[in-house]
Ligand binder design. Structure first.
Ligand code: UTP
Length: 297
């Protein structure tokens, strides 16, 4: 029997410089897509995949994130008294079980690999997931749940993979594919941010991983890689060199890069249009906006 994946690491210690000045005082993960902070989408996806323990790797200035996961008894009382049951339910759905959340500090932003390594004492000898909350994925079956299902068959390490145009591959970790099995690919190597024209495939890694504890041991010895950061991709690539299996999972769904301004705006439009309570008004507005723009051109 394979061990179940019940722990997830959420690395949220980055500085979020692309969203300055907002991120001067608001953690990027608290920024709202429609009416929910990015971190809530990540938590919901983790829960749907059977995750029971949530480990946040934080840094200075992320207090609002910790507060977000506190109970809000005054707010709950006020909603109950005024009979706002639907809102009360919305609020309660965000409550976390006591003891289910842990926070560790990454004192210096030395890279994603280092952030994951910081959580190592909270992961014993078991597989674990890593979720980057700024990658938001709209999918019928949540992305991590798809991966957990696939992982139950394969074991090893698994990364979420997405096709990208060659001109954009340099912004991602890219898979060198040994065997393409459709929704799964067996990986022969991985290159972080390859120079233009040198990407080994068009399959890019995005922010969902299922990793074995061996990766944490590898991270113990890691030196900085691309961009001077300790890269998670390099540690996973080392797994392959050591003869262990790594898979890419072509997930079904649409990924939004909410770590970038354009991606965040796209996600806002897509998630706004997907909401029944907003769709009609929002669609009408967007239609009128397009018409006005076309008339002005
Ligand atoms: P990004 O590359 O988006 O970096 O990190 P960032 O600092 O969040 O944002 P920009 O580029 O300055 O705008 C991807 C994920 O890895 C985490 C981030 O919090 C984000 O979830 N991360 C990155 C860490 O936790 N620690 C690090 O040292 C680097």
């Amino acid at each position: 029997m394979r061990r179940k994946v019940t722990k997830a690491i959420f690395p949220v210690a980055g500085m979020g410089t692309r969203f300055l000045p907002a991120t001067k005082s608001i953690p990027k993960e608290i920024m709202t897509l429609v009416d929910r902070p990015l971190i809530q989408y990540a938590i919901d996806e983790a829960r749907a995949a059977g995750i029971k323990e949530f480990i946040f790797v934080t840094s200075r200035g992320k207090g609002a994130l910790e507060d977000y996961f506190d109970l809000a008894p005054e707010l709950e009382n006020a909603l109950r008294k005024s009979g706002k049951d639907a809102l009360l339910e919305t609020l309660r759905a965000t409550n976390m079980d006591s003891g289910a959340i842990a926070y560790v500090r990454q004192h210096r932003a030395l890279g994603l690999g280092h952030a994951v390594w910081c959580a190592k004492r909270l992961i014993s000898n078991e597989p674990f997931a890593v979720i980057l909350p700024d990658d938001v994925i709209a999918a019928e079956q949540p992305c991590l749940a798809q991966m957990v299902e696939a992982y139950e068959q394969t074991g090893g390490c698994m990364v979420a993979a997405m096709e990208v145009p060659p001109a954009k591959a340099g912004a991602y970790g890219v898979l060198d594919v040994a065997e393409d099995m459709g929704s799964l690919v067996k990986v022969r190597g991985m290159v972080e941010k390859p120079p233009l024209g040198e990407a080994p495939s068009n399959l890019a890694v995005i922010g969902r991983y299922i990793l074995t504890p061996k990766v944490l041991q590898t991270l113990n010895r890691m030196k900085s890689g691309a961009g001077g950061e300790i890269q998670l991709t390099d540690a996973i690539a080392e797994e392959i060199r050591q003869g262990r299996e790594v898979y890419g999972h072509r997930f079904r769904g649409q990924r939004f890069d909410c770590g970038s301004k354009a991606g965040f705006l796209q996600a806002t439009v897509a998630f706004g249009l997907a909401r029944e309570d907003l769709r009609d008004e929002f669609q009408t507005y967007l239609g009128e906006l397009m018409q006005a723009q076309q008339a002005a051109e």
